[in-house]
Design a binder for this molecule. Structure first.
Ligand SMILES: Cc1cc2nc3c(=O)[nH]c(=O)nc-3n(C[C@H](O)[C@H](O)[C@H](O)COP(=O)(O)O)c2cc1C
Length: 174
């Protein structure tokens, strides 16, 4: 699949089969997530891999009972680690760059999962403290996104709805 085919094919998948995620696919997804740009190349994020079914259920509960998290073959929890960039970037690093580094890594993982023929769903609605407890995160490691990944059982029923391109892209001639 070309890069643009991957971008077009990626959808949020909320219906996974029971099949496991092969190790080699997981490895390539994690490598893709590590390879994104980051502020000052300080890589102010961490990815926690959750495979245990019992822990996936606890994670789903912490995500306000979102069942796709429990049903997935595994989940990646993308966490900001602001301590890595605070010395160089101070408040901007803590408030902005660590979050952006983490979001970039998660975006790449969604695309890599699609390229591997798997499905994923970015989950941002969760209780921060509860997710932190489930993954035993130290206080300065901040969960930003949970990404269940698995073998697709069914695609979304609805076509992708996008705003008109003109509302999203402003072509100005300054
Ligand atoms: C920051 C963010 C938070 C999201 N949170 C959730 C969530 O908690 N639960 C969920 O099912 N989908 C969540 N989504 C997925 C969006 O609903 C989805 O990307 C959007 O509807 C577009 O559909 P598509 O991904 O299939 O193109 C989130 C996506 C983003 C980027």
């Amino acid at each position: 699949m070309s890069f643009y085919e991957v971008v077009h094919q990626r959808r949020s998948i909320r219906n996974f089969s029971d099949a496991p995620v092969p190790e080699d696919k997981l490895h390539r997804i994690l490598e893709a997530a590590r390879l994104g740009p980051s502020a000052g190349n300080l890589q102010s994020f961490q990815i926690v891999v959750v495979r245990d079914k019992r822990v996936l259920s606890q994670l789903a509960e912490a995500c306000h009972e979102q069942s796709q998290v429990a049903k997935a073959g595994l989940a990646l929890v993308f966490c900001a680690v602001p301590r890595r960039c605070v010395e160089r970037y101070r408040e901007r690093g803590v408030q902005l760059y660590a979050t952006q580094d983490t979001a970039i890594a998660c975006s790449l993982a969604t695309l890599a999962a699609t390229a591997e023929g798997l499905g994923s769903c970015w989950v941002g609605a969760f209780n921060d403290e509860a997710v932190g407890r489930v993954i035993k995160a130290p206080p300065d490691v901040r969960p930003q996104a949970v990404l269940p990944i698995g073998v697709v059982a069914s695609q979304p029923r609805h076509a992708r709805e996008l705003l008109p391109a003109n509302d999203m892209i402003v072509l100005e001639h300054f």
